[in-house]
Ligand binder design. Structure first.
Ligand SMILES: [Fe+2]
Length: 240
């Protein structure tokens, strides 16, 4: 759907969280290249960043794929980058939450340095990949007026709180999941139900039932400020 959306919505930059691209867990270099070739400018990740070993060297080589900035420095990859198009630059920062996640440092102690790395950018987008809604809401308030957007990811379910905060930062607690709405956050629903009803493990397979795109469209003119944030929630069948 992305090439058509790029045209229809006149998109300048497209940022995608790709940590579940490989059958729901991690991402391979081939899948990253596929996303880039479809028009994704920057790929962010999260707690599944290292699930595919073949991605480790790629994270260091490819500037436009990010793992959370608040991981250990010794872990492969980097957490920020700047992309430029038509004379406008966008800094992207990937952060991970601390509740129920194996994250090296608190997001709030790392964000200052991360913002320094993208200090030259006209706009900044922060992907706050976290389980707890409170951590994401808090990061939105903390960065209001400092960055163009703070977008939450990880829980796979879009939240109903998209808005521009008082000092001009676009915010949503969770963008949601581009994937099968007919499953249980990406997994075949029969398999997920079986595990929940029996407590017996199963090798999960990704669902392909009723795929939807979940995204947000952010419009901005003034430096580091958003004018609007609008949810894009569409079934594949509408457009194909
Ligand atoms: Fe995640």
């Amino acid at each position: 759907m992305l090439p058509k959306l790029r045209e229809e919505l006149s998109l300048d930059f497209v940022i995608a969280n790709g940590e579940n691209a490989a059958s729901g867990s991690g991402m391979t270099p081939k899948q990253a290249d596929e996303l880039f070739s479809l028009g994704v400018d920057v790929i962010t990740l999260g707690n599944h960043a290292y699930r595919r070993r073949e991605l480790w060297p790629y994270l260091t080589q490819q500037q436009h794929i990010l793992r959370p900035a608040n991981y250990f420095q010794a872990q492969p990859g980097h957490g920020t980058c700047i992309v430029e198009k038509g004379g406008v630059s966008l800094g992207v920062v990937n952060l991970a939450g601390n509740a129920f996640m194996r994250t090296a440092f608190p997001a709030f102690s790392t964000i200052g340095d991360a913002l320094g790395e993208v200090g030259a950018a006209d706009h900044v987008l922060v992907d706050m990949h976290a389980e707890a809604t409170s951590e994401k809401v808090a990061m939105g308030w903390y960065l209001d007026g400092k960055v163009t957007a703070v977008l939450g990811t990880h829980t796979h379910i879009p939240t109903a709180d998209a808005r521009v905060l008082p000092k001009g930062t676009a915010y949503i607690t969770d963008v949601g999941m581009t994937g099968a709405r007919g499953g249980v956050i990406g997994v075949k629903k029969e398999q997920s139900l079986s595990v929940m009803r029996t407590n017996m493990p199963i090798r999960y397979e990704p669902s392909d039932e009723d795929p939807w795109i979940n995204a947000v469209l952010i419009k901005c003119t003034t430096l580091r400020k958003a004018e609007s944030i609008e949810q894009i929630l569409r079934p594949l069948s509408d457009k194909e």
